[in-house]
Design a binder for this molecule. Structure first.
Ligand code: M6R
Length: 610
């Protein structure tokens, strides 16, 4: 069926989430601002440090500020703005602190247009320098604002809005989902997407755009998914979608049957599984931090040692950091659990770079350790939540760019922490080969996610066991630890991670046919010895789930179940990819045991007590 030139169908495409959320609408009868406010409220899970709305009605009207949506609404009455069309944004800051100036919508020099954007413009600095030289005046520190000025520049040469935007999206590098309104085009919203999610909604004479389906599901369930590099023109009588060359396309309309709650989870049953699936996109996103990390590294003073400090999953990322820095950077690395740091802090010397890894940036143990370390040494925080305490207290900050993580069990933030650590090490020694290898990780992860069906099938066999062991050596030891932590956190089954070589020093006494063992055995220098340990536990009756290369026939012959990975994945890179099936295993066992993996008992997303 064709509606306004668009075909109707009923299949779904799921997008991963990044940060921030955008919405927009052109309405037949109602005022736009109250609807936009409701829509961004439904996107607040994507970001929550600032919010803004722009509408078009006798000019462009903008209200925006930092703070949670309800706070800003109370201060500014965002829903007062006049007009039947507009755009809105909820922000999770990446470039520039959460301030009013950095809040979206952004404008050009003359406030003729308003623009909202989700994504990252990688070449914004060079574009901004050039625009400033040409006399453009910037009001924010954001990467987004360059898009507004670039459109202004093209339009000042006589181009219309659509041609100007098409040209601009060819000039910018990075990811974007964006929407623009312009004073000279009072009936149009124009936008585009690349690598950031953006969907359109078709109501009864009303039209919508949003980062994600839940934002507009109460307005309409007829959704158009845009392809990468699509551009759309929305008017009050329909939407036209074009490809990057300006050719009109017939994107189909999907009729969504999810409830609003299902939609927030992208159609998945839980946030955790949604977040597991977002990992390839998250890693791609984190990789775009390369430039920032290079700049950070240039500012480091000379140091002779590194000390990683963290808790829980972030500590496992630190363990990978230790192996990587010692092997690649060739400097001695200490590891400290944040809750234990005070007992060794006395020995800290000023030639040490202390690296704090924390998703929330607020974990009390980590913050206490950071306070202590600051007195003696230079500190770097690797953090997901912008504006959190760690970002204010550390000397240097690197953002992981995983977007808000809602499931209590850390998944996507773990792989983003690892990605930052690899980037950091590669930048410190100028290892271009590793940087190239890292670019392949999102694709390797996608293949790892294809193991989901197998894991779903085998999980029921493990739902009633009481103990589980995870073993690995070197780079695979942290993976084993993380697999065990995920399992105990969300299934309440006792899971224990061991360095495989330690088995013979005690734990072997516990192995029997009712204690399954997960062995992490990628190809590489630890392979043969871990194979020896697999044989050892098998000889004592254990059913072994082996994780290894698809070409590893010997490992397969020992495995009760074999989870295979591409042979090209090196041991060094394996922590980023081999952890994925372990997250899935914990998730599906949790579901089998009728536990809500998003909210395990006794645990909180952010632990603010020491
Ligand atoms: O926010 P942080 O990274 O500092 O949190 C550290 C731990 O509390 C956290 O990783 C915890 O172990 C997770 N729930 C693990 O899934």
């Amino acid at each position: 069926m064709i509606i306004n030139g668009i075909l109707l169908k009923a299949s779904l495409e799921l997008f991963g989430e990044i940060m921030c959320g955008i919405v927009g609408c052109i309405l037949k009868e109602k005022k736009a601002a109250p609807v936009l406010l409701e829509c961004v409220r439904r996107l607040e899970y994507r970001g929550y440090d600032s919010v803004g709305i722009a509408t078009s009605s006798s000019g462009i009207n903008i209200k925006k500020d930092s703070g949670k949506i309800d706070e800003v609404q109370e201060r500014l009455q965002l829903d007062d703005l006049p007009g039947k069309m507009g755009i809105a944004h909820v922000r999770w800051a990446t470039h520039g602190l959460p301030t009013r100036e950095n809040s979206h919508p952004h404008t050009d020099c003359y406030n003729k247009l308003a623009l909202v954007h989700n994504g990252i413009i990688e070449n914004y600095q060079e574009l901004k320098d050039q625009l400033q030289e040409e006399g453009h005046h910037f009001s924010s520190d954001t990467d987004t604002e360059v898009i507004a000025h670039l459109v202004e520049k093209q339009m000042s040469k006589g181009m219309d809005l659509e041609d100007a935007l098409r040209l601009v999206i060819h000039q910018i590098k990075g990811s974007y989902a964006l929407a623009v309104i312009h004073v000279d085009y009072p009936n149009i919203i124009i936008g585009a997407r690349k690598e950031s999610p953006l969907i359109l909604g078709v109501g009864d004479g009303d039209y919508f755009l949003a980062s994600d389906v839940p934002a507009i599901l109460e307005e309409t369930n007829r959704i158009i998914y845009l392809d990468d590099e699509d551009l759309f023109v929305m008017k009050n009588d329909g939407i036209i979608v074009k490809d990057s060359q300006g050719r009109v396309k017939e994107n189909e309309i999907d009729v969504i049957s999810w409830s609003p709650e299902m939609a927030q989870k992208g159609g998945y049953d839980h946030f955790m599984i949604k977040e597991i699936h977002e990992q390839p996109e998250v890693v791609r996103n984190t990789l775009s931090e390369l430039h920032e990390i290079k700049k950070t590294v240039e500012n480091f003073s000379d140091f002779k040692r590194v000390c990683f400090v963290a808790c829980g999953t972030s500590f496992h990322a630190s363990m990978v950091g230790k192996y990587l820095f010692e092997e690649l950077v060739g400097i001695p690395v200490d590891l400290a659990l944040a809750s234990e740091f005070e007992f060794s802090a006395g020995a800290l010397t000023d030639d040490t770079l202390v690296i704090f890894i924390t998703q929330s940036g607020e974990t009390a143990d980590t913050m206490k350790a950071l306070e202590m370390a600051k007195e003696k040494a230079e500190t770097l925080a690797i953090v997901n939540v912008m504006g959190s305490r760690a970002t204010r207290e550390a000397d240097y900050v690197i953002y992981t760019r995983a977007g808000p993580e809602i499931g209590v069990a850390a998944t996507k933030t773990y792989v983003s922490q690892l990605t930052c650590i690899y980037l950091l090490a590669a930048c410190m020694v100028g290892d271009e080969k590793l940087l190239d290898e890292l670019k392949k990780v999102p694709d390797y992860m996608k293949t790892a996610l294809e193991k989901e069906e197998l894991i779903k099938e085998i999980s029921p066999h493990y739902k009633d066991v009481t103990d589980f062991f995870f073993i690995g050596r070197g780079f695979s030891y942290p993976t084993a630890m993380e697999g065990a932590l995920k399992l105990k956190e969300i299934t309440y089954i006792h899971g224990e991670g061991f360095a495989a070589g330690e088995l013979k020093h005690g734990p072997l006494a516990l192995i029997s046919d009712d204690v399954p063992v997960v062995a992490v055995v990628p190809p590489g220098k630890s392979h043969d010895r871990t194979m020896g340990n697999v044989k050892e536990v098998k000889a004592r009756g254990a059913r072994v789930i082996c994780l290894g290369s698809q070409n590893d026939v010997n490992l397969r012959s020992e495995a009760h179940y074999m989870i295979e990975f591409e042979d090209q994945i090196s041991e060094v890179l394996s922590p980023l990819i081999y952890v994925v099936p372990l997250q899935l295993l914990a998730y599906y066992i949790s579901v089998e045991r009728d536990i809500n993996p998003d909210q395990p008992k006794n645990l909180a997303k952010c632990v603010t007590v020491v």
